[in-house]
Design a protein around this ligand. Structure first.
Ligand SMILES: Cc1cc2nc3c(=O)[nH]c(=O)nc-3n(C[C@H](O)[C@H](O)[C@H](O)COP(=O)(O)OP(=O)(O)OC[C@H]3O[C@@H](n4cnc5c(N)ncnc54)[C@H](O)[C@@H]3O)c2cc1C
Length: 402
């Protein structure tokens, strides 16, 4: 019997596996992909903070970004830029491989092409039922870590509740010989309630994508036609890929002999959909708590509950504030988005934020609170006829609530 069975060999799963195997535990990772070199539907933008915290190898980074050009519905460009790099664009496939190789190098056993169907918790073990090459496979471990990414049905089957809000995303790789800046496109014609992006990766290539609750393919075609017409991109290099992003966390991320980490747990920034950094942070917290629980041989729900308390202490407010900020943004029409662009620039809010050391790519709760502290901003939002419940929350953020 293994000490730990990790279901899912993405960044969160491989990081937990790597940490635990280093501590001396016997870890198996069950991954449904045959090869980790299979494409991943992700843009691969992570903060500089993430690269430092997790010692991300420079070789995995396509390029650094000092900021982004944000484009309003009418085409007005706001350049968010700082003298030092703010984010790295990583080669997402190599990133997965590197984390898995790190874990394997330390002794984790990867079972590739293994699709887990059920996780059965017994008093003294978990039994994981999977299929590999068409054959049934059963694995036993003292505890299971679920790191299956966006997998609503699978996670719901664990009996820990369900992720109640999520959004699909779509992305395609294109030829883009002249693009150097990250561009973010706002407006209901581009990606209603969300945003589209053009992100340069390796020389001459870029990713074009967007999040939207419906008609992803149509919006992507429209965005690509517009970028082609502007001469920013040329032909698509591949078929579009789509995948989902949770916007709210799973109600419960632990159970007896069970932990859920990363995107499977909804540990994702609801503002941007970025899930790599939060997933890795929570994978660290999970590994710390599992170490203690395995050593004490106490894998009860009560013991593993500490993992959830800890990750919520770190991210809970971020996720709540980010979600409500997202709900506000989703209700805005193009005129209102333009108005916010105007206010942010004309009243100096943007300039102040860019000077502020605390403005962070990863921690949006503080930024939202700061912005709502500007009376002019609050007044502008208050005049937008948003539901009173939302306005109340906004006002409380301005006062530091969450
Ligand atoms: C279009 C798009 C763009 C994105 N861009 C960014 C970005 O720029 N920056 C960022 O931080 N985040 C981004 N994200 C989110 C990011 O991709 C995820 O948050 C991140 O991959 C989560 O890592 P994870 O390890 O939790 O899950 P995943 O990376 O999804 O890994 C889960 C693994 O589990 C495996 N698996 C699933 N079910 C089973 C099963 N039943 N049995 C066995 N194996 C299974 C999968 O094959 C997969 O390898 C984006 C998402 C989308 C959709």
């Amino acid at each position: 019997m293994h000490d730990v069975a990790v279901v899912g060999g993405g960044p969160a799963g491989s990081h937990v596996a790597g940490r635990l195997v280093k501590l001396g535990y016997d870890v198996a990772v069950l991954e449904r992909k045959q090869y980790l070199s299979e494409p991943v539907c992700c843009t691969g933008i992570i903060s500089r903070e993430c690269t430092t915290t997790f010692a991300i190898d420079e070789d995995l980074i396509f390029r650094w970004a000092n900021g982004a050009r944000i484009i309003s519905p009418s085409g007005e460009v706001v350049k968010l830029w700082r003298p030092e790099p703010q984010a790295a664009i990583v080669d997402r496939v190599s990133f997965n491989i590197s984390l898995a190789s790190r874990a394997q190098g330390r002794g984790a056993r990867y079972l590739m092409g293994t699709q887990v169907r059920a996780v059965k918790v017994q008093d003294d073990r978990v039994v994981i039922e999977a299929g590999c090459d068409g054959e049934p496979l059963s694995i036993e471990a003292r505890v299971a870590v679920i790191a299956t990414g966006f997998s609503l049905g699978f996670v719901e089957g664990l009996g820990l509740g369900r992720i109640s809000d999520s959004v699909p995303g779509i992305q395609v790789e294109v030829a883009a010989p002249t693009i150097d800046d990250v561009e973010v496109y706002c407006g209901r014609e581009v990606a209603p309630g969300f945003f589209g992006w053009l992100v340069p990766t390796s020389p001459g290539r870029a990713l074009v994508g967007l999040l939207a609750r419906r008609s992803l393919g149509t919006y992507l075609e429209k965005l690509m036609s517009s970028l082609e017409a502007q001469g920013k991109i040329m032909a698509a290099n591949s078929e579009p890929m789509h995948w989902g992003i949770p916007l709210k966390p799973l109600p419960k991320t632990y159970g007896q002999r069970l932990m859920v980490v990363g995107t499977a747990a909804g540990q994702v920034k609801p503002t941007t959909g970025g899930g790599i950094y939060y997933g890795l942070l929570c994978a660290d917290i999970a590994a710390d708590h599992l170490d203690r629980a395995l050593a004490a041989d106490d894998l009860s729900a009560r013991s593993l509950a500490r993992y959830e308390r800890e990750w919520k202490k770190k991210l809970g407010r971020e996720l709540r504030v980010g979600y409500w900020a997202r709900k506000v943004y989703e209700r805005l029409n193009d005129g209102q988005i333009e108005k916010i662009f105007d206010i942010m620039q004309s009243s100096g809010i943007l300039e102040d934020l860019l000077k502020d050391e605390d403005l962070s790519f990863d921690w949006h709760g503080g930024v939202v609170s700061r912005v709502f502290n500007y009376r002019v901003f609050l007044k502008t939002i208050a005049a937008m006829n948003l539901p009173t419940g939302l306005i109340k929350r906004l006002t409380s953020w301005g006062r530091g609530g969450g």
